[in-house]
Design a protein around this ligand. Structure first.
Ligand code: ME8
Length: 524
């Protein structure tokens, strides 16, 4: 199923700590988590990075509004992000805080090198500024937008300041060449075309701000200026792996997962800064990311008021409500398989959530697991029967689904095994009918062994999406995979665990409670 062990580095945006995490933040981190879990299982030397972006003026403003120091407010929200990700069983290998000493020292070092090389220079900037986004908007774009924020509709303001600039314009030809030579750099393809058109007219960009009340990283040699939060933030992907032990992750080609709101920075400014850095002595090892994968948004369901059971889907409490109602696995499964990974937004619908849960989890994996363990209980006293001559091995092919973020397809692989190799097979062979003839119990045993084995294989495929249920199931069928998952994410076990015939006849099989009890909507 896979080639030689690879190195895999996946990142999420680092989120602003002006408030607590909401479901949108959880989404990108959960997608990265599902993908990282798969890569570890496949045997890749995997590094998964998520975290928070602290030096934003939004944080300063919100802290003042709350009557707290900026540090305390940032600390509190960084803690909330960390706690949420832990509660949701994310398997990130490190958690970025841009206020950390390592990050600040590295950003200072990179900007000093860029200044010295002339890639960053001092100048004066006058332009249209979107205060909500902390972003300057180029004249042509500002005009197009009628001088209003693309995001919140508030008027853009004219701002003049002394700034340090990055020579983005110098890198336009190289960027365009890179896009040409690497069609997979920005995905999906439709996003790539948007960016190419915009890069053509790229001008130099300011990368510093005048005085943000001591919050932020000072420009080396000019403490009156602080490094613009976006530049500080983008560098996180590099600073956190810029150590002798981790540098190979960077060099393997990062996979950046982001949403469409922040594509411009990731597809133009970021690679250009890396190109500039790579030309400087001592940074020859700095290469470009492999891919910037840009998903769309979760949006509220049009036409429908806030749903009773899930409430306003994006607010921080929505995460707890979804977990309380359906369970953590179900939230992870729904977000990963029904989310806006492509170029269209997804409506977060409570009905679709319940439907997906019942169809894919309760009625498929959960129901088949109950059926098969029940029959083993009933006909074989809860002991896995011998498989006769009718052992029914099958192979699964994944077609690089995870590499292309085809998460719904990847989950369907596991479900298809359940539907075809268990449900369909039981319908075709009818073990409950055969079991009425005592001399045919050998046949029944073979059928149930085949079913248990198929469910085990399906659970390996489904584990990145529903790890808790799969681990509970393994416990019931006497597999020790959970301990290995805990130890090293099941590193490199995929091929072995997908191979037919791992379960040993004679193993006690436990029925247990339903893995996914059917959800019945409360009466409205
Ligand atoms: O932009 N649907 O941080 P941020 C899907 N700090 N994803 C969503 C979403 C939604 N409705 N809402 C938010 C920043 N997201 C910067 C990033 S990176 C160097 C710096 C996710 O807190 C999505 O991943 O505004 C989006 O890109 C990100 O949250 C924005 O988070």
């Amino acid at each position: 199923m896979s080639d030689a062990p690879d190195t895999f580095y996946v990142t999420t945006p680092i989120y602003y700590v002006n408030d607590k995490p909401h479901l949108g933040h959880v989404y990108t981190t959960m997608v990265a988590d599902v993908v990282a879990r798969y890569h570890r299982l496949r045997g890749d030397d995997t590094f998964f990075l998520t975290g928070v972006d602290e030096h934003s003026a939004k944080v300063v403003d919100k802290a003042a509004e709350m009557g707290l120091s900026t540090e305390d407010w940032a600390e509190q929200n960084a803690g909330a992000f960390k706690a949420t990700f832990e509660k949701l069983e994310m398997t990130h290998d490190d958690f970025v805080r841009t206020s950390s000493d390592h990050h600040k020292a590295k950003v200072t070092e990179y900007v000093a090198a860029l200044l010295k090389s002339g890639e960053v220079y001092e100048g004066e900037y006058a332009g249209w500024y979107d205060a909500g986004q902390e972003e300057y908007v180029p004249e042509n774009k500002a005009k197009e937008l009628d001088y209003k924020s693309e995001v919140n509709g508030k008027p853009l303001v004219k701002k003049t300041e002394k700034n340090y600039f990055f020579r983005l314009s110098n890198h336009v030809p190289a960027l365009l060449e890179h896009f040409e030579a690497n069609p997979g750099f920005v995905q999906p393809a439709a996003r790539r075309n948007e960016i190419i058109n915009r890069i053509k007219d790229a001008e130099d960009i300011p990368i510093s701000r005048t005085g943000t009340s001591g919050w932020g990283i000072p420009v080396p040699g000019d403490p009156e200026q602080s490094i613009y939060v976006w530049i500080d933030a983008l560098f996180n992907y590099l600073t956190y792996v810029d150590t002798p032990e981790r540098r190979h992750y960077w060099q393997s080609g990062a996979v950046h997962l982001i949403a469409k709101d922040i594509l411009w920075f990731h597809a133009s400014v970021w690679p250009a800064m890396l190109m500039a850095l790579a030309k400087i002595d001592g940074y020859g090892w700095v290469n470009l990311p492999k891919m910037v994968y840009t998903h769309s948004y979760w949006i509220s369901e049009s036409g429908e008021k806030m749903s009773k059971s899930l409430g306003n889907f994006l607010d921080p409490e929505a995460i707890d409500r979804a977990v309380d109602t359906f369970g953590l696995d179900a939230l992870r499964y729904f977000l990963a398989t029904r989310g806006p990974l492509g170029t269209t937004d997804s409506a977060f619908s409570a009905d679709l959530f319940a439907e997906t849960y019942n169809a894919d989890l309760a009625n498929t994996f959960g129901n088949s697991a109950s059926r098969v363990t029940n029959m083993i209980g009933k006909y074989f006293g809860g002991v896995l029967p011998e498989v006769g001559d009718g052992g029914k091995p099958f192979a699964v092919a994944d077609d690089a689904l995870f590499d292309h973020l085809k998460l719904e397809g990847a989950a369907q692989l596991g479900l298809r095994v359940v539907r075809e190799q268990v449900d369909g097979y039981i319908e075709a062979t009818r073990p409950f009918t055969i079991a009425k003839e005592p001399e045919r119990m050998g046949e029944v045993g073979t059928i149930l062994y085949n079913c248990a084995e198929a469910l085990r294989i399906a659970s390996v495929l489904l584990w990145p999406f529903i790890p808790d249920a799969c681990e509970a199931f393994w416990e019931r069928i006497g597999c020790d995979y959970a301990a290995q998952m805990k130890a090293d994410g099941g590193k490199g076990k995929l091929d072995e665990w997908l191979a037919w015939g791992q379960l040993k006849p004679g193993t006690p099989i436990e029925k247990g409670d339903a893995l996914f009890p059917r959800y019945v909507a409360e009466k409205k």
